[in-house]
Design a protein around this ligand. Sequence first.
Ligand SMILES: NC(=O)C1=CN([C@@H]2O[C@H](COP(=O)(O)OP(=O)(O)OC[C@H]3O[C@@H](n4cnc5c(N)ncnc54)[C@H](O)[C@@H]3O)[C@@H](O)[C@H]2O)C=CC1
Ligand SMILES: O=C(CO)COP(=O)(O)O
Length: 338
Amino acid sequence: MKTKIAVLGAGSWGSMLAAILNENGHTVQLWTRSAAQAEELNQQHTNEKYIKNYTFPTNLRATTDLETALTDATDVLFIVPAQATRSVAADVAPILQKLDLKPHLIHGSKGLETTTHLRISQVLAETIAPEQRESISVISGPSHAEGVAQHDPTLVTVASDDFDAATHFQKLFMNDYFRVYTNSDVIGVEFGGALKNIIALASGALAGLGYGDNSRAALMTRGVAEISRLGVSFGANPLTFAGLSGMGDVIVTATSTNSRNYRAGYQLGQGIPLADVIANMGMVIEGIATSQAAYDLAQTTGISMPITEAIHAVLNQEETVPAAIHALMTREGQTENG
Ligand SMILES: NC(=O)C1=CN([C@@H]2O[C@H](COP(=O)(O)OP(=O)(O)OC[C@H]3O[C@@H](n4cnc5c(N)ncnc54)[C@H](O)[C@@H]3O)[C@@H](O)[C@H]2O)C=CC1
Ligand SMILES: O=C(CO)COP(=O)(O)O
């Protein structure tokens, strides 16, 4: 079944997912708030700030007009930074009502909302009334846009409470270089995708200080342990954290220089001030905002999240990176599975 999909957000990941859907034969309308970016995509078929040296399909259309993007949409993909999702969804809701549409919704944003500590599917559910939408799904997993651009074989997962919706999106996105699994554990998939960004920041910081593979493997393993503890306390399936959206995404973001979070952490490890790191990046570093939400959740639930607490302290300038590592290493001894 060919569908019309509105892709809302034309950064690295939004534009790349739009390209996949377009290549798969679906009609795609890509929305961006930037007129210059829409013109570049429509005229040059490039999106140079976000994906270097990549030519988009010539029939992929971008627009700055949300109503144009949503017209006749059977599916809507939200792919703006996590903290921006609520405001975009609030703009979408009345247009869906005006156009009398009830699309399937999916998002690919990896963060928790700092003001509410909600997962992004919960933000969408709160903002767009059930009469104006079908299912809500999430797409997540180890998938840098740069790798997809060169057709690296890439595996992701789509999670939804609605199995038919998950298989619907599996079929929409899947092709011979982009393989999609389904999962019914929305909570686990969203926590995994959001919280791995904190571990990627920490991994970059270790590398920035010159530490090697032992430290990185330790961090990734104990990172998954604390992500699982928090996720399971909210009802996630522990096995999800061993999967694509858990350990899989920790591996790719905590080891790759394509990761904005890793690169940001690296600069912090080198002692570059956070404000400069953010300014240099020019793209979203989700782990910064999400570390605040995760820190708050750790405090309110009493779940032990020492790496998250260390990154939170560094980002809030309460501790230097070396002092945070020393504090982690000299904590009281623990049992591994506790
Ligand atoms: N870049 C990647 O390879 C991947 C990114 N993701 C996730 O996808 C989400 C989006 O990331 P990217 O596309 O990489 O980010 P990006 O920083 O490359 O682009 C973000 C886009 O959203 C727009 N935007 C920012 N604030 C906005 C607002 N308030 N209203 C409307 N538009 C706004 C920006 O102008 C830009 O076009 C993030 O949650 C990220 O974690 C997930 C998988 C892979
Ligand atoms: O989530 C991602 C890859 O799976 C992208 O990570 P960064 O936002 O750190 O680049």
